[in-house]
Design a protein around this ligand. Structure first.
Ligand code: KG4
Ligand code: ZN
Length: 338
């Protein structure tokens, strides 16, 4: 069975093609991504209208490139991200996937973007045991409980305000480091002291929800710190601020992820989303998983960011699990939760 996956929930137009191996894993046949990230840089964040237009221009050429790369005329089934994501952006991928599925007369499956971030790891690291997944990107911060990729996923927690990647981007902008700010902030932090400034750890008090996150207070604390230094005419160290901010984010993310895995009784933690490229999130996750006796699985950076392969992989699991195809009348669902 060869499955094509179409992804258009944010600023990446992704088309992936995989072959289902029948053992809970897939083989990668094509991975084509067209990103509009450069077009958003001057706005300091993803502009939905700009993203939608870029998807519209990229979707058909990206599908064609994927078919050529895989050396096939058409797949056996088509999976598409139905949500969550930007409304106009999702519409483009869903409309294209429906049109191609109808024209090719193949089954069409609407799948949840978040599950795709977990399913993609089976390409590199084998079948997925029951796990907790920590997804961190510019658009999402989620803790998920995945018992079986073919079945619905349970959300354990999410952010009550900013996504973790969004907090990186906003703090990077405040520090004059550019967009997307995550990689630049990570680089600046390499030269700083992560214990220099004790920034707050959001939602870690005894009355806070165990698996939810909050990053807006941290972002404000960084802004206040910079303002107070400037008002007093004192120097401050951008690398120290970057390293201390990054430490606060990585500390809360990894502490809550390990706690969630313990609470639901799984032995595996999976990371996904573009912000898992962060050096400190990775090293602290490794340290804490080793201490807790958990297996840590992290897809390679190319597959951590949004792509079509993750949707193809999830689609293959869902199809193999015996799900009925989706109707061509199904609508995209920007606010879809798990
Ligand atoms: O998954 P992704 O490519 O796209 C979406 O969010 O849709 O994730 C991008 C996010 C951005 O917020 C970016 O700043 C962040 O991931 N990011 C990082 C790093 N690399 C990317 N954040 C922190 N440290 C990094 N090294
Ligand atoms: Zn994503």
């Amino acid at each position: 069975m060869i499955v094509m996956g179409v992804e258009s929930s944010c600023d990446e137009t992704g088309v992936g093609i995989v072959r289902w191996n029948g053992d809970g894993t897939c083989e990668l046949l094509a991975d084509e991504v067209a990103s509009s990230v450069d077009q958003h840089a001057r706005y300091g964040g993803v502009v939905p209208e700009v993203a939608s237009r870029a998807h519209l221009e990229a979707i058909v050429p990206t599908m064609r490139r994927a078919l050529t790369a895989a050396g096939i005329g058409k797949p056996d089934a088509l999976a598409v991200t139905i949500g969550p994501g930007l409304a106009g952006a999702l519409l483009v991928g869903v409309a294209a996937a429906k049109a191609y599925a109808a024209a090719w007369d193949i089954p069409f499956y609407a799948v949840n973007h978040l599950g795709g971030h977990v399913a993609v790891d089976t390409l590199e690291h084998g079948p997925m045991p029951p796990c907790v997944a920590l997804l961190v990107s510019g658009g999402h911060t989620h803790l998920l409980h995945v018992e079986d990729l073919a079945k619905p996923i349970t959300e354990l927690g999410t952010t009550v305000d900013d996504a973790a990647g969004e907090a990186f981007d906003k703090v990077a902008r405040l520090l004059g480091l550019g967009f997307p700010g995550g990689p630049a902030l990570d680089a600046a932090a390499q030269h700083g002291d992560r214990n220099a400034i004790p920034f707050p750890r959001g939602m870690t008090g005894p009355k806070d929800a165990r698996h939810d996150f909050s990053f807006s207070g941290l972002k404000t604390a960084v802004a206040r710190y910079v303002e107070s230094k400037e008002r007093a005419g004192e120097n401050y160290s951008v690398p120290d601020i970057a390293a201390s901010f990054q430490e606060a984010v990585a500390d809360v993310l990894t502490m809550k992820a390990v706690r969630a895995a313990r609470d639901v009784g799984v032995a595996t933690l999976v990371l996904g989303g573009g912000a898992t490229a962060n050096s400190r999130i990775r090293s602290l996750a490794e340290e804490r998983c080793a201490e807790a006796g958990l297996t840590l699985r992290v897809p390679k950076p190319r597959l951590c960011t949004d792509n079509g392969v993750m949707i193809a992989s999830l689609g293959a699991h869902v199809i193999a699990g015996g799900a009925a195809p989706s109707l061509l009348t199904v609508a995209s669902d920007p606010g879809l939760s798990v």
